[in-house]
Write a protein that binds this ligand. Structure first.
Ligand SMILES: [Zn+2]
Length: 381
């Protein structure tokens, strides 16, 4: 996956006056304080120094400095900060960024690089929260989970995305096995964006979310297709050396093999009469008794369970056939995890703490999911 970004610029002759007094007194009028500007040394690939000017707030009488666009009170320009963050996201280590900026003649230490990355990540998270709160309705959201290693421990990450654009809407670190945290992050996003549909795999937590929120549930049709096909293969194998069908039924191994083919066809093509077909299949197997406790499930009983399960989920497998704003897969969430968590994680050689995961993942996902070029200036505004 490519990252296309625009680095912040330094414009040494452009000065933006604050709209309100930086001390928060509410004053809007300022007068120059001292006539000449002062040179300020700058760490930047292009400019070694810029001029700052002092102003005085007419209302509260306090003075402040105004710097050229792309420069703040600190020694680094926004461009240099942006470069260091971009290099890190591309996979250069903190020490590597130190070496590279040193070679450019505007070196920053690796602790500064780390701080730049974390500060940009915090800013990206704030902007993401703002996007979710103010960004209007998103009818379809997708959720998925993954895990990474943090200092030798496995840490789960739950993500919620806009199914249409792939934009990251929510991210939570999942420490316990319980579903509570998963439910919480999805609920929060769903409410803020007035979601109508949740796309996910078959994990139990998602069922709880839709039960609690009343969201429509689309099970990722790729997942279900794969699961059903795998199970069909296993049953087709099992039936070749299976015990006889239950005495009171007229089931045969040939019938079961045919029915498995029908199930494969159903999940592949999802025909309009799918529910009816499943009902008929269910009728054929509903008399198969559950084996007594401790006994292995017969192929006949496993077939009964497979059909029941699929019939039960059919409506969740076909939401995309009743709406025109989703494709029925969880690709958006999976892509985000693949590109911006798994791939970047590998490059970035492990995270040191959980907050850092949130910062870095939100940052890279925001950079990566942006349409066209991502303007990094928003991170340093
Ligand atoms: Zn003031």
């Amino acid at each position: 996956m490519r990252l296309k970004v625009i680095l912040p610029k330094v414009e040494p002759d452009v000065y933006d006056m604050p709209e309100e007094c930086p001390y928060g007194c509410g004053g809007k009028y300022f007068k120059p304080h001292g006539v000449r500007g002062e040179w300020k040394p700058l760490r930047d690939p292009k400019y070694d120094e810029v001029v700052s000017y002092r102003y005085k707030c007419i209302r509260c009488g306090r003075s402040f400095r105004v710097y050229p666009r792309g420069v703040g009170p600190g020694p680094q320009s926004d461009r240099l900060k942006g470069m260091s963050v971009f290099l890190y996201v591309l996979g250069v280590s903190y020490g590597g960024v130190e070496d590279f900026t040193g070679a450019l003649g505007c070196g920053i230490g690796k602790t500064t690089v780390y701080n730049n990355v974390q500060a940009s990540g915090e800013e990206a998270r704030q902007r993401q929260r703002h996007t979710v709160q103010q960004g209007g309705k998103r009818a379809v959201i997708g959720a998925d989970a993954t895990s990474v290693r943090v200092q030798g421990e496995t840490v789960g990450i739950e993500v919620v995305v806009d199914d249409a654009t792939g934009e990251l809407l929510g991210l939570e670190i999942i420490v316990s096995e319980s579903s509570t945290e998963i439910i919480e992050v999805i609920k929060t996003v769903a409410e803020s964006v007035a979601a109508e549909v949740l796309v996910s795999d078959d994990h139990g937590a998602y069922q709880e979310v839709v039960d609690e929120t009343g969201l429509e549930h689309q099970l990722c049709r790729h997942h279900v297709k794969e699961n059903v096909e795998d199970l069909a293969d296993a049953l087709a194998e099992q039936v070749t050396h299976a015990a006889d069908p239950p005495a009171e039924s007229d089931l045969t191994p040939e019938q079961l093999t045919d029915d498995l083919d029908q199930l494969r066809d159903l999940v592949r093509h999802r025909p309009p009469d799918g529910e009816t077909q499943l009902e008929q299949l269910y009728d054929r197997y509903k008399g198969v008794p559950k084996p007594p406790p401790g006994e292995r499930y017969s192929v006949w009983y496993r077939m009964r369970m497979l059909i029941t399960r699929l019939w039960d989920r059919w409506r969740c497998l076909t939401v995309d056939q009743r709406r025109d704003d989703l494709d029925g897969t969880n690709n958006a969430a999976e892509r985000l995890i693949g590109w911006w968590i798994k791939e970047r994680y590998r490059l970035m050689r492990g995270y040191k703490r959980e907050a850092s995961i949130k910062n870095v993942v939100t940052l890279t996902a925001r950079m990566g999911a942006a349409e066209g070029y991502y303007d990094m200036s928003e991170l340093f505004a």
